[in-house]
Design a protein around this ligand. Structure first.
Ligand SMILES: Cc1ncc(COP(=O)(O)O)c(C=O)c1O
Length: 365
């Protein structure tokens, strides 16, 4: 059997009919940029996340960058301020901090949850630290209760990179648990467009107003500019597709969770360490990530059995050429994880016999 890691055409196939109707209506509307569809999706996604504001952006990286730029314009952050970030996040979180003129300070990951290890946060952060941006890696919420307590205690902003966690919920949903959150709608995400897209969600109306301007050259009106902004607008056509898929997001996430539960109960192999799920932290399984001692051997085995797989991520940001000499510390857990993690297929269209096949082959490894 051949099971691709992710077949995006097949993932989107159930929506094709409605996408075509939406495209026809888009074509006849004559509005291509920041029209009714973006506004409609922003309202729908804000309601879904339980926040007052959603601002569509061109991609997830810009959404994260605009959060920081927005707080700078409001005077809540200043250039040169520092932000705690998990060392094993996707590189975009770190780039976003720097795009806004801030300084990323990495904190190692927790080996079990893959998220920022809250216990490693200094008892007394330096005066330069002004925010924590927690990534909900692989779809699992970071420990927002503990992070909120820490941020309140030290008067820091609590932000989240929710690019992998659309719909994850625990006393509120991803996007509504932080002071502001950034999402990506990159096609592979749990809520994926047919191109680039992203958004910021926040209950801070002032921040939302600034970001709404910043994403569009800082425009206050057709002739006035309040800020030196960027051009990063959610595409009108992508917004129509996202509105269609948002209606099925919970259903799609539940399919991922059901597959994950089957993997968690039926994969039994001492050579394969399953992810430890803390029940208090919701998980929408953007990825199902196992750990093995011999990563390449396991990958060869999966490949020889036709099971698609990927490593998220083989080179941590601080080991990338781009950051040579930038980060001084070592991050032992992050480095160990990079050598051990392997993502196996998980998506809403995976068939029962494919899931059973994956379980059987991994148990025979
Ligand atoms: C954790 C994380 N943050 C940020 C991003 C950036 O999103 P985008 O590719 O839409 O810019 C991604 C996705 O690629 C991501 O996985």
């Amino acid at each position: 059997m051949q099971i691709p890691f992710l077949n995006l055409k097949a993932v989107n196939q159930p929506y094709e009919k409605e996408f075509k109707l939406q495209f026809d209506s888009f074509l006849s509307s004559g509005y291509y940029i920041l029209g009714k569809s973006v506004t409609a999706f922003e309202k729908e996604f804000a309601a879904y996340c339980g926040v007052t504001n959603c601002i569509g952006t061109g991609n997830g990286l810009d959404a994260l960058t605009l959060i920081f730029k927005g707080y700078i314009e409001l005077g809540d952050l200043s250039k040169g301020d520092c932000v705690y970030i998990a060392a094993n996040t996707y590189i975009a979180t770190i780039i976003a901090v720097q795009n806004a003129g801030l300084i990323p300070v990495l904190v190692d990951a927790d080996y079990n949850t893959f998220n920022l290890d809250v216990n490693l946060l200094p008892k007394k952060p330096t005066a330069k630290i002004k925010a924590v941006m927690a990534t909900h890696l692989y779809g699992q919420l970071a420990n927002m209760n503990k992070l909120r307590a820490y941020c309140n205690q030290h008067n820091l902003l609590l932000l989240s990179d929710a690019a992998q966690a659309h719909g994850a919920k625990n006393n509120g949903k991803a996007g509504g648990l932080a002071d502001a959150a950034g999402f990506s709608f990159y096609p592979t995400k749990n809520l994926g467009a047919l191109g680039d897209g992203g958004c910021v969600t926040t209950n801070n109306n002032k921040l939302a107003e600034v970001i709404q301007k910043l994403r569009n050259y800082g425009k206050a009106s057709s002739t006035e500019n309040d800020y030196i902004g960027i051009n990063s607008r959610l595409d009108e056509i992508q917004a129509t597709f996202l509105s269609v898929k948002l209606k099925k997001l919970d259903q799609d996430n539940n399919k991922r969770i059901a597959i994950a539960n089957k993997y968690l109960t039926e994969i039994v192999n001492p050579k394969v360490i399953l992810p430890k799920i803390e029940l208090s932290l919701s998980h929408v399984f953007h990825q199902f990530v196992v750990k093995v001692d011999n990563q390449q051997d396991f990958i060869n085995y999966l490949n020889s059995n036709g099971i698609g797989n990927l490593i998220h991520y083989p080179i941590p940001p601080h080991k990338q050429k781009a950051y040579k000499g930038y980060f001084k510390n070592e991050f032992a857990v992050t480095e160990k994880l990079a050598k051990q993690v392997v993502s196996i297929p998980i998506n809403p269209i995976l068939k029962k016999n494919e899931v059973n096949y994956i379980i059987e082959k991994i148990n025979n490894y």
